[in-house]
Design a protein around this ligand. Structure first.
Ligand SMILES: [Zn+2]
Ligand SMILES: [Zn+2]
Length: 164
C-alpha cells in the first residue's frame, strides 16, 4: 500500500540540485540539510519541527535560516505547503500527485494516492472565487495512534506540536 519508495528522497535531492544549478542558487551545507530533512519524511513538518531535527546535526543553524530556506525552496517550486496560513504552515517535498490524510487530534499528515480522486473535476463555480492552481483531497479523521489512545484513556501521543 505504501507507494512512497525509499529512493524518493534521493530523487528529490537530485531534482533540487538540478533546479538550484539552473537558478544559480548556492546549495550551502545548511540548505542541503534542511531540504534533506524534509525530503526524507512523510510527516509534512512545520518549520520549527524541521529546525529541531537539523539542529541535532548542525547546532549552529538558526530558525530564521530554516524559514528562509523553506520559503526559498517554495519559491523555486521544490516544496509545496499545506494550510492557508503563513504561520504554522507545513511543508511537503512530495511533488507527485497525491492527497492527504490528516488527524484532527494530533495533526499527523500522511500522503496517499488515489487514481479515483485524481479524476475529480473541480466545479466551474470555482471560477467565481479565483483561478485553480492545483486541487487535492484532504481526508480528516483519527490516526491509528489516536484511535488507540481513545480506547485506552490517555494516549502517549504528544499533544499539539507547536505553540502560537
Ligand atoms: Zn493522531
Ligand atoms: Zn503530501
Amino acid at each position: 500500500m505504501r507507494r512512497s519508495e525509499p529512493r524518493g528522497s534521493e530523487r528529490r535531492l537530485q531534482h533540487l540540485k538540478v533546479v538550484a544549478r539552473e537558478a544559480g542558487l548556492k546549495l550551502t551545507h545548511q540548505r542541503l540539510e534542511i531540504f534533506r530533512e524534509l525530503a526524507a519524511t512523510e510527516a509534512h513538518p512545520d518549520a520549527e519541527t524541521i529546525f529541531r531535527a537539523v539542529q541535532q546535526r548542525m547546532p549552529t543553524v538558526s530558525l530564521d535560516t530554516v524559514y528562509r530556506t523553506l520559503w526559498m525552496l517554495h519559491d523555486l517550486g521544490l516544496v509545496t505547503t499545506l494550510g492557508p496560513q503563513r504561520t504554522g504552515v507545513r511543508f511537503d517535498a512530495n511533488l507527485d500527485r497525491h492527497h492527504h490524510f490528516s488527524c484532527v487530534r494530533c495533526g499527523l499528515v500522511r500522503d496517499f494516492e488515489s487514481a479515483e480522486l485524481d479524476g475529480l473535476r473541480v466545479p466551474d463555480s470555482i471560477k467565481r472565487l479565483g483561478s485553480v492552481v492545483e486541487a487535492h483531497v484532504e481526508v480528516r479523521g483519527l490516526c491509528t495512534t489516536c484511535q488507540r489512545g481513545q480506547e485506552t484513556s490517555k494516549g502517549k501521543h504528544p499533544p499539539g506540536t507547536r505553540g502560537g
